[in-house]
Design a binder for this molecule. Structure first.
Ligand code: ZN
Length: 461
């Protein structure tokens, strides 16, 4: 570790954490570092206790839950085992979109509500609040999971990332300054990029020497593919974290071979931050069980280990707008055996969810389907769900399930045309098709963008 890193980690970071989080960041980080090694049963007990607390809080203080629990004929005191949870209603994204005001705790100060919205790659935008305390515990959780793969606080990192809004917060100058001295992350924005960008960023990486690289699974794959085809040696970091999209074993192998380092899979969402990620043993993705209660359900019951189920997530630490049994839209399988690292956090072995192809722009660059769908739906929530289909270069078809706003107003369609021109080039023709819903594939994947024209294919079954 360099002298500067030691200074950052031991002096500057603690000062900053203390100032911004009144010491809570350390409290959480210390707590999570310790609790991960509790036994499986102890962690289960901790999660269950927090779950009972949040259920009671929701019933007492949140009009939406009071109504929906009453309608289901169940009160928090009736929940005595995991099976009883099945009687509680599932929270759909659409319900959050339509009832946000009723989902806010009446006993929570309005000054402590941070408004956020999805847009990562979820297909359907959702607005929600969290508390400043939850912001800090989420940060601490991310730090803990980063540290599993040697990515320490304040060490240099790089991002090969498609969601530009994550990296361009409002106060640009101060953020840049902060990033330069403190967060130390450089970025290749893969919302749209081409081979030249890959080659240039590879050189930038070699000069900057980040310890870890965080990337969209598909962008990392294309990055590796481009370098491999041209026989150009890649920068060799200590670790790579793949997130935001499904990582297939084939693509993991390709990225590892090209970059010469292990790739760690991570699963998260904007609503909940990191949900699960691999530790250095890579025997499954450890769930952030101190802050999230995960259920996998199939046919109205909980899935057994080894059996695919739909993910329902309950946030145990977000009191102003807790999501309870929130259907996130992905599927997973509980691991059959615990990870040999000794952490008691439960593990997931397979994840199935969001899948996107890159689209090809009018000049032959690649456009991240995840980024474009996210941008469009984040700005136009009334679109509900979209899928972008591309048969050949120079045209795309938007399939839109707009629910009751069907068909869309002209200004919404113009908005899509405008954004598409920005991402796909003015030479790309845009067409629309209105549908009732966008079905998942037989194996449960949601395809947000499909391209038969781009050189790399991710949506094949
Ligand atoms: Zn482990």
């Amino acid at each position: 570790m360099s002298l500067y890193e030691t200074f950052l980690q031991n002096i500057l970071f603690p000062m900053d954490a203390y100032r911004s989080g009144r010491g809570k960041l350390f409290k959480y980080l210390k707590e999570f570092e310790k609790s991960q090694f509790l036994s499986r049963e102890e962690i289960q007990e901790l999660s269950w206790r927090r779950l009972k607390t949040i259920l009671q809080h929701a019933y007492d203080n949140i009009p939406y839950y009071r109504k929906s629990f009453d309608a289901a004929g169940i009160a928090p005191a009736d929940i005595l085992s995991e099976n009883d949870l099945l009687r509680l209603p599932i929270l759909e994204k659409r319900q959050v979109q339509d009832h946000l005001d009723e989902l806010v705790a009446t006993n929570w100060s309005k000054d402590d509500l941070i408004l956020d919205q999805t847009g990562g790659s979820t297909g359907t935008p959702v607005k929600y609040y969290y508390s400043s305390d939850r912001l800090i515990s989420r940060k601490a959780a991310t730090y803990r999971h980063n540290r599993w793969v040697g990515w320490d606080i304040c060490s240099k990192s790089a991002a090969i990332w498609g969601a530009s809004r994550d990296f361009h917060p409002p106060i640009k100058f101060l953020n840049k300054l902060r990033n330069f001295f403190f967060d130390r992350q450089i970025m290749l924005n893969t919302s749209t990029f081409n081979e030249t960008d890959v080659l240039e960023f590879n050189e930038t990486l070699k000069k900057y020497r980040p310890k870890s690289i965080l990337g969209y699974a598909n962008a990392l794959t294309v990055f590796a593919q481009v370098l491999k085809e041209r026989n150009i040696p890649a920068y060799n970091p200590y670790s790579i974290v793949s997130s935001a999209e499904m990582l297939t074993s084939e693509n993991r192998e390709l990225i590892e071979n090209v970059f010469g380092c292990p790739v760690f899979n991570r699963y998260g969402s904007r609503e909940t931050s990191v949900i699960a990620s691999e530790c250095d043993h890579r025997e499954g993705l450890h769930v952030m069980a101190e802050g999230l209660y995960l259920e996998l359900v199939i046919d109205g019951r909980h899935a057994q280990a080894g059996e695919m189920g739909e993910i329902l997530v309950t946030d145990l630490l977000n009191f102003p707008t807790p999501f309870i049994r929130y259907r996130i839209g992905d599927m997973a399988v509980w691991s059959k055996k615990p990870c040999s690292c000794g952490r008691g956090l439960p593990t997931l072995e397979t994840l199935t969810g969001r899948v996107t192809d890159f689209l090809i722009t009018d000049d032959g660059s690649l456009c991240s389907g995840a980024s474009l769908t996210a941008l469009v739906v984040a700005k136009r929530p009334e679109l509900k769900q979209i899928q972008i289909y591309q048969e050949r270069q120079g045209e795309v078809l938007y399939r839109i399930a707009s629910g009751k706003n069907h068909p869309l107003a002209d200004n919404d369609l113009n908005f899509i045309r405008e954004k598409s021109a920005l991402y796909l080039g003015k030479g790309t023709k845009i067409a629309f098709e209105f549908v009732d819903e966008i079905p998942k594939t037989a194996s449960g994947k949601s395809l947000f963008s499909i391209s038969n024209a781009a050189p790399y294919k991710f949506t094949k079954e």
